[in-house]
Ligand binder design. Structure first.
Ligand code: AP5
Ligand code: MG
Length: 214
C-alpha cells in the first residue's frame, strides 16, 4: 500500500498520515519531520534546509529527492508506506516515479486533503508541536492533557517557527504555485482520491479508510 498525502500546509496530512501508518502497519515518511530532526541534530542538511523553511520556501529538489529515494528502498517499506509532504513539485513526482518504476512499483493512492485557505491560517496558529518527538497537537481541536507538555514524551510543546501567520501565507502561496499542480498529475495517473479535510479529524480518517479498504 503506497500512499501519498497531498494538501495545503495545515490541511491535516501529518495527522491523517500517522493514523494510516498505525492502522495499516506501514511507515510514515514525512520530509518535514526529517528536516526538523536534522535541524535539531545540527546536521549539514538541517542547516541548509532551515534557511528555506524559516522563510516558508521549499527546500531545493536536489536536497530531498535522494533522501526519499533511499528511504523507500529500506526493508520496512516493502509492504508500503505513507509519504507526507513529498512530492511537492512536479520534478519531485517525476523522480519518485522513476525510482518506483525501477523497482517495478507504483503509487496506489494519492489522497488530497482539501481545506480552503481561510481555515488554514486559523488552524496553524493553534497547532503545537513537541520539540522532543514531533507529535502534533491543536489547542482547540486536539489539546494535550497538560497544557504545553507532550502526552507521549513529556517534552515542551511549541509553536513551529514557520507557523507564524506571515510565514503561513507565504507557504500557502508556494503551495498553490508549486504543489497544487500535483493534483492534476495524479489525477492523470488515475490514483487521485479527494477527502474533505474541514470535517472533524476522526471523520476525515473514516473517509480515508473507506478509500483504502480493510
Ligand atoms: P511540512 O512539515 O511538510 O509542512 P506542511 O506541508 O506545510 O504541512 P504541515 O505539517 O504544516 O501541515 P499538515 O498538513 O501536516 O497538518 P497537521 O496534520 O499538522 O514542511 C515544512 C517545510 O519543510 C516546508 O515549508 C518546506 O520548506 C520543507 N519541505 C518539506 N518537504 C519538502 C519537500 N518535499 N520539498 C521541498 N521542501 C520541503 O495539522 C495542522 C493542525 O491542524 C494541527 O494542529 C492539527 O492538530 C489540526 N488539525 C488536523 N486535522 C484537523 C481537522 N480535521 N480539524 C481540526 N483541526 C485539525
Ligand atoms: Mg505535517
Amino acid at each position: 500500500m503506497r500512499i501519498i498525502m497531498l494538501g495545503a500546509p495545515g490541511a491535516g496530512k501529518g495527522t491523517q498520515a500517522k493514523k494510516i501508518a498505525d492502522k495499516y502497519g506501514i511507515p510514515h515518511i514525512s520530509t518535514g519531520d526529517i528536516f526538523r530532526a536534522n535541524i535539531k541534530a545540527g546536521t549539514e542538511l538541517g542547516k541548509k534546509a532551515k534557511a528555506y523553511m524559516d522563510q516558508g520556501a521549499l527546500v531545493p529538489d536536489e536536497l530531498v529527492v535522494d533522501l526519499v529515494a533511499d528511504r523507500v528502498k529500506q526493508p520496512d517499506c516493502e509492504k508500503g508506506y505513507v509519504l507526507d509532504g513529498f512530492p511537492r513539485t512536479i520534478p519531485q513526482a517525476e523522480s519518485l516515479d522513476q525510482v518506483l518504476s525501477s523497482m517495478g512499483q507504483e503509487i496506489g493512492f494519492a489522497i488530497n486533503v482539501e481545506v480552503p485557505d481561510e481555515h488554514i491560517v486559523r488552524r496553524m496558529s493553534g497547532r503545537r508541536a513537541c520539540v522532543g518527538c514531533g507529535a502534533t497537537y491543536h489547542v482547540v481541536h486536539a489539546p494535550s492533557k497538560k497544557e504545553g507538555v507532550c502526552d507521549r514524551c513529556g517534552e515542551p510543546l511549541i509553536l513551529r517557527d514557520d507557523d507564524k501567520p506571515e510565514t503561513v501565507e507565504k507557504r500557502l502561496s508556494v503551495y498553490h504555485e508549486q504543489t497544487q499542480p500535483l493534483i492534476d498529475y495524479y489525477s492523470g495517473k488515475g490514483c487521485l482520491k479527494e477527502v474533505d479535510g474541514t470535517k472533524d479529524m476522526e471523520e476525515v480518517f473514516t473517509d480515508i479508510c473507506a478509500i483504502l479498504g480493510e
